[in-house]
Design a protein around this ligand. Structure first.
Ligand code: UVW
Length: 270
């Protein structure tokens, strides 16, 4: 008997790509090494006897570039990682055996979009706006959805519209909208598996504050073991009015790393 999921796929599925294209010079967190792509071998550098030639690439990159996921090893609080391990000791040898990105299983889960500008009737949240628990609850209720255990919850602020602008997207001076500590507790209390946003740091950044404090990272990664996904492109999903879907996300299997670029998909039956 063939697999029922295969039947559904063959009947036709559609997806929205939630990942940013990886390009040299794209906006990124000042905390991380940048992404670089080059072509060390170009067509014509070496031509085969039959006239064929091949070009190839080289990338050098931090792991927190483009759309990416934070592994639990990424953030510590008072010297401790999620579960209580000593953060320095856990990283001895230059890799995290226990909480590295290789320990994140591929995700095929219920995805929920909480569209905050859609709720508020605005194009995008204001610079440095803290998305409140009331906003999160109202965005879910507006669509008749409940956030549940194991979900991947994507919080749209509309800030992703600024990705192509570069530095303004990073928002060091202006601040960046997002949830704060209270919103992180709300997500953790619902037992979500992962939470994502369309901004560089997932959570609200105060004007001029940069990444000085990241309380939502502490609550989710350290205290509750909830993965964080950043720099998502949530614009098309919102335009298409899709608020519940199958979320497919596969981190690169990099042993011991603190994060990985990802290309998540929101998948629907036709
Ligand atoms: C930090 O600097 C905390 O990294 P990221 O934005 O990838 O969570």
């Amino acid at each position: 008997m063939s697999d029922p999921l295969l039947h559904l796929v063959q009947a036709g599925v559609r997806y929205v790509d939630l990942g940013r294209q990886l390009r040299t010079g794209m906006p990124q967190s000042p905390n991380h090494p940048a992404f670089h792509h080059s072509l060390p071998r170009r067509h014509g550098d070496m031509e085969r006897a039959d006239g064929g030639s091949a070009a190839n690439d080289m990338i050098s990159t931090g792991t927190h570039v483009g759309t990416h996921i934070d592994a639990l090893a990424h953030v510590s609080q008072d010297g401790r990682l999620h579960g209580g391990a000593d953060a320095r000791e856990a990283g001895l040898g230059g890799r995290f055996d226990e909480l590295g990105v290789h320990t994140i299983a591929p995700m095929l889960r219920r995805g929920v979009l909480l569209d905050i500008p859609g709720l508020l009737g605005i194009e995008r949240c204001a610079d440095g706006y803290e998305i409140t628990v009331a906003d999160l609850e109202a965005a879910a209720a507006r669509r008749g959805l409940e956030v549940g255990a194991g979900d991947v919850v994507l919080v749209r602020s509309g800030w992703g519209q600024r990705f192509a602008e570069g530095a303004p997207y990073v928002g060091l001076d202006s601040g960046v909208p997002g949830i704060g500590e209270a919103g992180a507790h709300w997500l953790a209390d619902r037992g979500v598996h992962a939470a994502g946003a369309d901004t560089i740091a997932f959570e609200r950044l105060a004007p001029g504050g940069g990444h000085a404090t990241l309380p939502a990272h502490r609550v989710l990664l350290v205290e509750h073991g909830v993965y964080i996904i950043e720099a998502l492109d949530l614009e098309e999903l919102a335009r298409e009015d899709r608020h519940e879907f199958t979320l497919v996300l596969i981190p690169l299997n990099i042993y011991g790393a603190t994060g990985s670029p990802v290309r998540p998909l929101a998948v629907f039956a036709q």
